[in-house]
Design a protein around this ligand. Structure first.
Ligand code: OTU
Length: 641
């Protein structure tokens, strides 16, 4: 087949790597033959000479392999042996903007002790490649993939940070925006200048005929600020812009786009990036008459990239960012009709939504039904579990799941928006609606975890009892995030209960995007109080740190095995169990009610043969009766011994 013919040539070129590494590369090329060729044939088989394309992409791969620094080749070697490196229960992620956390990349290096103290082993730095000047959708409008935002530092700084992290046994994740570039990116500028090669990098239409046809079935991502999916550009025509008008969608039907992005991925891999977050992956392929999301070809693109990247940089992992309907989530981890290596990691958006839903309704039935229906993920992959990120929360509650527990889906979604924007009577949450879409009734929600858990309101009211309740709620939610299975992500500031940023709209460029309310700058004064056990910060920080420490010791929390959601016998309590193949067993219980509850012994005997022990839990948990007594918003982690 196509790649086989290239092998002698490749073998010749990789000789300089020495016989052991050279042959290992050939083995990877052969091993991933199908993973590479099948998707490329499907994507580009019509109209492209596949032999030429194969040679071009394999050349890119070999160039990257030859340029790969020795320290990274060593990591590759380790990870080829220990391919479940990202599945360990010691994995704990921290998500932050370099500038908001520390100022710039060199200063991030000075804050690594802080992260180590929290038990963090994985650092996701929000978009840091050079964005366009002016509004840039938080850095998701990239003007140069090979340069760091000069306000944050240089590529050298990034490499040095990666080196420091590796030295501490930590890994680094950065974003790669695949779906679009900034209008200011040299490719877009060349297209604008009339260069036909780069004109074909984008989806440009001479008039409204096709845009109108597509828009009949296209949802709007930013209906408030950027309605429609096309932007008229003088001298070019109608350019596809799914997100903001300055974010031009790339045309992935063009194999040159594929090759250019492959090169970009490998360039970043060679700078020491361990995990690439593939932004907006569901949008890569458009098809008239559909919503142009989750198309088969979008998956094939990721699969082909993965196959090729593995040949040159086997230590790199893909985290696919697909915030989609629950049924679709697992496909981004390669769970199709058969298994196709795709993302190593993906966000468990369903868990996130269900945690907030349970908190608002004090009822876990919907969560149990929805989480039970999530399909198994392939053994070599892992979820990223999280409570908050830099984006808004969209209420991905499937109609089927809602009806199955007697809820009207539309009214439940409306209830959640009312609750978290604080307009529902008695709500403790202080979020805001993001991008209200009158057409669909969608109202997504912005706000920090603390604000949505009631801490902002309680502090504003000076109500100690309410503060106590909010802290319990926040820790309850994180207790599930840290134990549900996968890599937990801690969003910067949540460890201190940082409130919504009251100044978010002061910045001209942010004024129309209230997601900035939950992207506050780090409050290092608040962080100073983290060792004061009586302070709010001290309580949250030590609670979350404790979860990381305990988690690292629990074999059953290793990713790569499924989580079973059990019937807790109590509508307020989420019960979930995990088992490691060596037999280690775990049960998590989380009470979403403001009253204490008693969980019967049945759920314990369902999971454990002997009486389990408490590994970690909120104050007031009691195991002295036949079952488990949980206080209001109480939680507990139990294990076999
Ligand atoms: C992502 O989000 C980023 O996380 C956002 O911060 C960006 O604005 C956006 O891409 C554009 O680069 O629709 O409302 O299923 O949920 O890609 C945010 C994936 C988004 C989408 C996601 C997107």
């Amino acid at each position: 087949m196509i790649l086989d013919e290239l092998v002698p040539d490749v073998r010749d070129r990789v000789k300089v790597l020495g016989p052991i590494e050279g042959e290992a590369l050939i083995a990877r090329l052969e091993q991933h033959h199908l993973d590479i060729v099948e998707p490329l044939e499907h994507l580009y088989g019509d109209g492209t000479d596949l032999a030429i394309l194969a040679r071009a992409v394999v050349d890119v791969v070999v160039d990257a392999a030859l340029a790969r620094p020795e320290a990274l080749r060593l990591l590759d070697r380790r990870r080829e042996i220990d391919h479940g490196w990202f599945q360990r229960s010691r994995m704990v992620g921290y998500v932050c903007y370099a500038d908001r956390f520390a100022g710039d990349l060199p200063s991030v290096r000075e804050r690594l002790d802080y992260l180590a103290e929290l038990g963090v082993t994985y650092l996701h730095l929000m978009p840091l490649l050079k964005p366009r000047a002016g509004p840039s959708d938080g850095g998701y409008a990239v003007a140069d993939y090979r340069e760091v935002d000069p306000r944050l530092g240089t590529m050298d700084d990034l490499e040095q940070l990666a080196g420091d992290l590796h030295h501490r046994g930590m890994s680094m994740c950065i974003d790669l925006v695949l779906n679009h570039t900034a209008a200011e990116h040299p490719w877009a500028q060349a297209a604008l200048a009339g260069d036909p090669t780069y004109r074909r990098f984008y989806r440009v239409f001479p008039d409204r005929t096709q845009p109108d046809a597509f828009e009949r079935t296209l949802p709007e991502v930013f209906p408030d600020t950027s309605p429609g999916s096309f932007t008229h550009v003088e001298g070019l025509g109608w350019v596809w812009t799914t997100f903001e008008s300055f974010q031009w969608d790339l045309d992935w039907t063009n194999p040159d786009v594929f090759a250019a992005m492959l090169d970009t991925v490998l360039f970043l891999a060679n700078k020491g990036v361990d995990v690439l977050r593939l932004d907006a992956a569901p949008f890569l392929w458009k098809r008239e008459g559909t919503d142009s999301q989750n198309q088969t070809e979008a998956h094939l693109i990721v699969q082909a990239l993965r196959g090729l990247v593995t040949v040159a940089a086997p230590g790199l992992a893909f985290k696919v960012e697909a915030i989609v309907a629950p049924d679709q989530l697992v496909t981004y981890l390669g769970a199709h009709e058969g298994y196709r290596p795709e993302g190593h990691l993906a966000y468990n958006n369903q868990l996130m939504v269900m945690l907030w839903s349970s908190l608002a309704s004090r009822d876990t039935r919907l969560a149990a039904a929805a989480l039970r229906r999530l399909k198994s993920i392939p053994p070599g992959t892992a979820w990223m579990t999280y409570l908050r990120g830099h984006d808004d929360i969209g209420w991905a509650v499937s109609d089927e799941d809602a009806w199955s527990v007697g809820l009207d889906p539309a009214s439940h979604r409306a209830f959640l928006s009312d609750f978290f924007s604080g307009s529902h009577p008695g709500s403790f949450a202080r979020g805001e609606v993001f991008q209200h879409n009158p057409g669909t009734g969608d109202r997504r929600i912005s706000g920090t975890a603390a604000a949505l858990s009631g801490l902002d309101a309680a502090r504003a009211a000076g109500d100690e009892e309410q503060v106590e309740s909010a802290l319990r709620r926040l820790l309850l939610m994180y207790s599930v995030v840290y134990s549900f299975g996968g890599i937990p992500l801690l969003y910067m500031g949540d460890e201190l209960g940082l409130p919504n940023d009251p100044h978010w709209a002061d910045d001209e460029e942010h004024r129309t995007d209230n997601r900035w309310m939950h992207r506050p700058p780090m409050d290092w004064d608040a962080a100073e109080r983290r060792h004061d056990a009586t302070s709010v910060e001290g309580r949250i920080f030590s609670g979350i740190r404790g979860m990381a420490t305990t988690r690292a010791r629990l074999l059953a929390l290793r990713a790569g095995a499924d989580t079973t959601v059990l019937d807790s016998g109590n509508t307020h309590v989420l019960a979930y169990a995990r088992r490691h193949e060596r037999g280690a067993t775990f049960l998590g219980l989380a009470n979403f009610s403001d009253d204490p509850v008693e969980v019967g012994a049945d759920v314990l005997t369902e999971v454990f043969r002997r009486r389990p022990v408490e590994r970690l839990g909120s104050p007031g948990v009691s195991l002295t009766g036949p079952g488990v007594r949980l206080p209001a918003w109480g939680w507990v982690w139990l294990s076999d011994h």
